[in-house]
Design a protein around this ligand. Structure first.
Ligand SMILES: Nc1nc2c(ncn2[C@@H]2O[C@H](COP(=O)(O)OP(=O)(O)OP(=O)(O)O)[C@@H](O)[C@H]2O)c(=O)[nH]1
Length: 385
């Protein structure tokens, strides 16, 4: 296939991708990183269009092709890195990346860059490689997060780009030293073109995947989480607790429930206002969450009631955890703005042989009732009559 056809195909792909990205950026305005990905699409589109005009037989000034065209190619990688930086909410400004684009364009106008195509290649490629490595470096620690699979797809795509550029650089270095035949140069050039197109398509797929996965995750969180505390809500209890109960039975482990209720909570609302009551609930949720292991579950069960599900935890350990939590809550002041010390009562129930989590919850509720009756600010274990 001749270079004109290839560049026209590239331009067409970039046009479609940029159109979709523009539409997506408008539709999901809450994901502000999308504008950087749109910018990457625009860079690719401009670059492909300039190249298509050039290979179509129209002579272009040097500053447009190759100087601006090369800079746009790197610019797309700069915008991708900025998008990932923004998506991961990394601190720091992205202004430096814009500066990098301008500096690169100016460097492409120098006599050094003008004199030899290899000079331009060695000027631009290290920056692309560095940007791609930086993206991988940013994404790698999040590979096990909820969007981890999408990040791995991005990592693979950037890895692919690094390999193809490294391969081409190696070929050019060997060619310069006349260690490889120059007759395969057009083939290498064509492969490079295809590789760039493949990179653009892959990265585009990753961006779409990221946006859809993040939307799905947001919807899932909205339906599963309590808006005030961010904890799992009551709706999710049946699925989560049934699964936990059957796992405990299968492994013949003891499952414990802690039912925690803030004491005299009504007084906070009455004395300090409803907003202060909301703050108090967030305060308890945060402290409880900090105490949990990865596989424990924490629900906002009702108004000022929280349920903690502790797998593989016997009654004695559960009492110990509950009492530690009670003390932590009691000794961590809530600033309203004057320090206010909350107390909580906790009912504990443990079992190895239950068919229904609701029975265990009922037992924890009875224990909580006892704790309230005995004066509050204490932990009580359910004892079968
Ligand atoms: N601010 C705020 N208050 C809430 C929320 N949900 C429930 N409440 C309040 O929590 C209070 C619970 O009061 P009660 O059930 O009488 O319990 P209590 O005052 O904690 O008394 P004991 O549990 O017996 O110690 C009520 O005043 C509810 O309005 C909420 O989301 N935000």
């Amino acid at each position: 296939m001749d270079l004109f056809t290839l560049t026209v195909i590239n331009a067409f792909i970039a046009l479609v991708a940029t159109g979709v990205l523009a539409f997506q950026e408008q539709a999901d305005r809450q994901f502000r990183y999308q504008r950087y990905f749109l910018l990457a699409g625009i860079c690719m589109l401009l670059n492909a269009s300039i190249s298509a005009i050039h290979y179509g037989g129209i002579a272009l000034p040097y500053w447009l092709l190759p100087a601006l065209s090369n800079s746009l190619s790197v610019g797309a990688n700069i915008a991708l890195a900025a998008g990932i930086h923004r998506h991961l909410q990394k601190p720091g400004k992205r202004f430096g990346l814009l500066l990098l684009f301008v500096v690169l364009f100016l460097l492409n106008l120098t006599d050094f860059a003008r004199s030899d195509i290899n000079h331009r290649f060695y000027l631009n490629i290290p920056i692309v490689l560095l940007l791609n490595f930086w993206c991988i470096y940013m994404l790698w620690p999040h590979r096990k997060a909820e969007l981890g699979k999408v990040y791995l797809a991005f990592i693979a795509t950037f890895g692919f780009n690094i390999i193809q550029f490294a391969g081409r650089s190696a070929y050019m270095a060997l060619e310069q030293q006349q260690l490889v035949s120059t007759s395969i140069a057009p083939l290498v050039h064509n492969i490079g073109f295809f590789a760039l197109t493949a990179f653009a398509i892959l990265v585009f797929c990753c961006i779409i995947l990221l946006s859809h996965s993040q939307q799905r995750l947001m919807l899932q969180q909205l339906s599963e989480r309590d808006a005030l505390t961010g904890l799992l809500n009551r709706r999710t209890m049946d699925i989560r607790l049934s699964a936990e109960l059957s796992r405990s039975q299968r492994q013949q482990k003891t499952l414990s429930f802690l039912l925690l209720d803030a004491d005299h909570f009504k007084q906070i609302n009455d004395n300090f206002g409803h907003a202060a009551g909301d703050l108090a609930l967030q305060h308890i949720a945060k402290l409880a969450d900090q105490q949990l292991r990865d596989y424990d579950l924490l629900f906002r069960y009702g108004g000022e009631e929280f349920l903690l599900c502790l797998p593989d935890t016997d009654a004695q350990t559960a009492i110990h955890i509950a009492d530690r939590l009670r003390q932590i809550i009691n000794s961590s002041p809530l600033f309203l703005p004057q320090p206010y010390f909350l107390t909580v009562s906790i009912g504990v129930a443990s079992s190895q042989h239950l068919d229904n989590w609701k029975t265990l919850l009922q037992q924890a509720d009875e224990a909580l009732y006892q704790a309230k009756r005995m004066g509050r600010n204490q932990v009580t274990l359910y004892q079968a009559a």
